[in-house]
Design a protein around this ligand. Structure first.
Ligand code: G6P
Length: 614
């Protein structure tokens, strides 16, 4: 989704801005632009539809430099991708980049047109730059004009603004969209994600909702939504791995699939003893909150939603706690009936997904009322993200930055963290110590088993060839594997653009069987569990209609390849781990099919990594 970078230094910041944009490419975008204030106080605007590389080509033809600048990658919401709709947008002496959506842009546009402003683009953003210009024209400096403008904006925004009249000032503001200030020595920066600035600083200020900041060479002055000067803490990010490096891999997604044994181990580290889960892992307040939990409401989007669906099986089975799972964009717009003692759980790799964040805020609002939620917990991969800061409890996944738009390692680490949470909750609800020891001993085997499952790569690659010419695919699973089938189908459609659907196998005869013929590959997740025999009967129904089966199963499950049935043999594994492990060959399948199709694996068309608008 849209990305912002801004810089103010005593050196040319052009390359800092471009490197920042390259580092934000993974978020998904359709155009890019930059505006620098040169030594003659002229705004140098360059923007172009397409990739950052296209913008660089423009800059080669028409170079620009300056010590103050802003840059942007755009993911179209209002107005198609085009040069003119790209950011920055300029109003005379003022240039601006924006993430988010301005909901009242139509009325502002009319007011500004009445004042004589001429609009060049179809974006909601252009109203903001003209609005700031109109406020500055009546004698305000840039900071005052931006502050005043934000009072008139409805919707979500992160803004970076510069003025040709104030070459030593960069102003930024946020409400509803993330924005950080990168703290340098005698130079300062802004970005929508710290990753964009890791090459220039490791110190960051996370702006709060409603903050407006004035950035100069030597200082960062932040005012909160009430206009009060506030001091926001500076966070130092530790070294970690530089995710911008693909290493020996061809794609980030491939690298991230193969990182899973390590990141799963990192997510378990310090959180399990030999035979038990250390509940401290859930934070200091867990001891006080967990015993009060009578019900769990999980809310998430996309892949994270699938992780929530898996957790429901574990919670109800191990803890005997009722659990509902809902996509954030739905729950936030309906009236919910909350039972006393309900824990509100969000799951998110980015911690910034607009719908999930809105649902959390609404839940917390309800929590202050008499019959609201007990507390909120987030399972998240980004420390200091909005969801982490706004939840009472947080359990971090340790996946490291995930660059590929299609989520892989973030998903499996979410499952690991959720399993820890479910066991911790089961413990306070009478899970026998032997059962806990059994589950924990399985978790100890997980990193090594993950390694074995990633080792299926070659086998899965061979299998993928059967999909190269297909237009549709059906994924089947039963029980806790049904959400894994959903995730497998999502991965395939996201990166190979093959239409894929997932069903609980028992639902086949209620509709999808009508679609089955020799052209419809049917992918089956078939671990050796108590539903295996039922699943086998469902598969007979597919074979009887000439459907081509691709079965992921261990030798113990008793499947054999035969004409029309391809069995991809996977290692035997404890049942509690099967949803985590069976995800891996499905990720590999979609990866290899995408390679055969020649699609953009890491940045699939129309999709974004971090969906910070509704
Ligand atoms: C986007 C990403 C998905 C992700 C979803 C939810 O659609 O492309 O990979 O699952 O957002 O994001 P979150 O950061 O909340 O997990």
């Amino acid at each position: 989704m849209c990305g912002i970078v801004g810089a103010l230094a005593q050196r040319n910041v052009n390359e800092i801005l471009l490197e920042g944009l390259r580092r934000l490419e993974y978020r998904g975008y359709d155009s890019a632009g930059v505006c620098l204030l040169d030594g003659d106080r002229q705004l140098q605007l360059r923007k172009s539809q397409g990739k950052v590389a296209d913008l660089e080509t423009r800059l080669d033809a028409e170079p620009a430099s300056g010590r103050l600048g802003i840059a942007h990658t755009r993911w179209a919401t209002h107005g198609a991708p085009s040069d003119v709709n790209s950011h920055p947008h300029v109003s005379d002496n003022i240039a601006l980049v924006h993430n988010g959506i301005i909901e009242n842009y139509q009325s502002l546009r009319t007011q500004l047109q009445d004042k004589g402003y001429r609009f060049l683009s179809d974006t909601d953003t252009e109203v903001v730059v003209h609005l700031i210009h109109s406020l500055a024209a009546s004698g305000r400096n840039l900071l005052a004009a931006v502050t005043e403008a934000t009072k008139q904006l409805e919707g979500a925004y992160a803004l970076g603004v510069i003025s040709a009249d104030e070459p030593e000032v960069l102003v930024c503001a946020r409400s509803g969209s993330p924005l950080v200030v990168g703290v340098g020595i005698e130079e300062n920066f802004i970005a929508s994600d710290p990753m964009a600035l890791r090459q220039v600083t490791d110190r960051f200020i996370y702006l709060e909702e409603g903050d407006v900041a004035e950035i100069t060479l030597g200082g960062i002055a932040v005012r909160d939504k009430l206009g009060e000067e506030v001091s926001r803490p500076v966070h130092k990010l530790n070294g970690g791995h530089d995710a911008a490096d693909k290493g020996r891999y061809r794609h980030y997604m491939q690298k991230e699939i193969f990182e899973q044994p390590q990141v799963v181990e990192a997510t378990l580290a310090g959180r399990i003893g030999e035979k038990s889960v250390l509940s401290e892992a859930l934070g200091a307040r867990a001891h006080e909150i967990l015993p009060e939990v009578k019900q769990v409401q999980i809310v998430a989007c996309g892949t994270s939603y699938h992780a929530g669906l898996v957790a429901r099986y574990w919670l109800e089975d191990w803890a005997g706690i009722p659990c509902s799972v809902e996509v954030a964009s739905e729950i936030r717009y309906r009236k919910t009936a909350v039972r006393p003692g309900t824990l509100f759980v969000t799951i998110s790799q980015s911690g910034e997904t607009a719908d999930t964040l809105a649902a959390l805020r609404q839940a917390r609002q309800q929590g202050q009322e008499e019959l609201g939620y007990l507390a909120s917990l987030t399972i998240c991969n980004v420390p200091n993200s909005s969801l982490v800061r706004e939840s009472e409890l947080s359990l971090m996944t340790e996946a490291g930055p995930e660059i590929g738009v299609a989520s892989t390692k973030a998903f499996t680490t979410q499952l690991v963290a959720l399993q820890l949470f479910c066991i911790a909750l089961a413990k306070v609800n009478g899970l026998p110590a032997e059962r806990e020891a059994e589950l924990v001993s399985a978790l100890h085997q997980l990193p090594q088993l993950m390694e074995q499952f990633t080792g299926l790569d070659r086998l899965v690659q061979q299998t993928s060839e059967a999909f190269a010419e297909k237009h549709h695919a059906l994924f089947l699973g039963r029980g806790v594997e049904y959400p894994i089938a959903l995730e497998g189908a999502l991965k395939l459609k996201e990166i190979s653009y093959i239409h894929a659907e997932a069903y609980p196998a028992g639902e086949l005869k209620h509709g999808p069987l009508a679609l089955v013929d020799a052209d419809m590959p049917v992918i089956v997740v078939a671990p050796n569990d108590e539903l295996l025999e039922k699943l086998k009967s469902n598969l007979q129904e597919v074979r009887a209609r000439g459907g081509q089966l691709f079965v992921f199963a261990s030798p113990e499950a008793g499947f054999a390849s035969e004409p029309g049935v391809t069995v991809v043999e996977v290692p035997d594994a404890p049942e509690s781990l099967s949803p985590i492990l069976y995800t891996v060959p499905l990720q590999l399948l979609s990866y290899h099919v995408a390679l055969l199709k020649g699609t953009d694996v890491d940045q699939p068309r129309n999709l974004a990594k971090s969906v910070t608008v509704e």
